[in-house]
Design a protein around this ligand. Sequence first.
Ligand code: UD1
Length: 416
Amino acid sequence: MKNTLIIEGGNPLNGQVRVSGAKNAALVLVVASILADGETILDNVPRISDMEYLLRILNDIGVKTRWQDDNSLLICPPDGDLKTRTSYELAKRLRASNLLLGAMLGRQGEAVVSLPGGCDIGSRPMDLHIKGVQALGADVKLEHGYIYAYAKNPGGNRVYLDFPSVGATENIIMMAVRTPGQSVIENAAKEPEIVDLANFLNSMGARIRGAGTDIIKIEGVEELQAGRYAIIPDRIEAGTYMIAAAISGGEILVENVIPTHLHPIVAKLQETGTIVEENDRGIMVRGNGRVKPVDIKTLPYPGFPTDMQSQMMALLSTAQGSSVIVENVFENRFQSVDELKRMGASIKVEGHTAVVEGVNRLHGAKVRATDLRAGAALVLAALAADGCTEIEEAGHIFRGYENIEVKLTSLGAKLR
Ligand code: UD1
């Protein structure tokens, strides 16, 4: 298994890179396909290891899937019921497997979903998902590490989310689209991936209004008809390549993007003095010498995304001055700090706050990717560092970045 990435740093990256389909939209849309009758084709599905795990889980419960060409995936649920229980062995590798809760309840009124285990970026409870499906009439009990949920007579209802959780909003939408009556989600998540889910379900006959705002209204329908749909581009992958240009002092045209999804990232990059220009082909990013320090607070969309926090920290490690980063979404998302410090970064963490004192130069070192985005941060740091960086456990990075080695090499990175 390819698990170590070796990067020779110090070259500016130049050229163009095409962004793949959004991981977080693709995972939920593939799951949502089981709500429809017939064969769904999804285009622009990224071939990443998280997707491979999800397909194994779906195959295990009885859904047939087949790649039609590089990024088009055919999903074919059977006419009868699916196996209700997701295996812990498969589900523990992928937090997004919890999306089967809402989809299975919507499809067949019953779901047995493995509770997520501990996660490197902090505790990831499911109380809001459970509160949501209970409000729509599911009986839920937690036993032996599983959530058992049954909905004999589900009905639409109002659900207020204490925090705009992405996964909880998605689970409630998926149950509500096939639940009789009107459901309303208040303080819903507004991420573009939620809008993509609603657009996809509406294209199959669902009646969802308000996705992208904090109140989503869903009128349940009896059936959904499968069709064909293309997934939105990945804003986090795009942001990562934008930072690759800034940190390496190169110039990259990032193609296949939806610019509005990138506003929170573009705004902060521009504050660092990096040149960012939108044109008809995408977003052009040009490094502009040593970056200026900026302060970052992660927040639910349209705030600055927590999934870009580690990559931004890598960039700010090389800034001329000190930056303050506050992580408000996850409790333990400063995993890359100790690894960046091995490369010469100067960072102090106190609770949810990191103070990053920019250094003139990072140095290659042996480091370890602890999670997907921390791994991406190390790749970025390595591109800018003097000498050679060896990133162990790089498998985390392939969970979410399609063909990252090919894309970086085509931009001039030296890596193995
Ligand atoms: C999704 C994304 C992940 C992203 C995150 C926040 C997918 C597959 N993953 O994860 O990449 O970083 O959104 O943008 O789409 N929480 C609770 N109770 C719950 C659910 C969540 O307290 O029932 C808390 C979590 O612990 C966390 C916060 O809410 O602190 C945000 O989590 P959530 O928005 O649910 O993230 P995910 O859907 O897991």
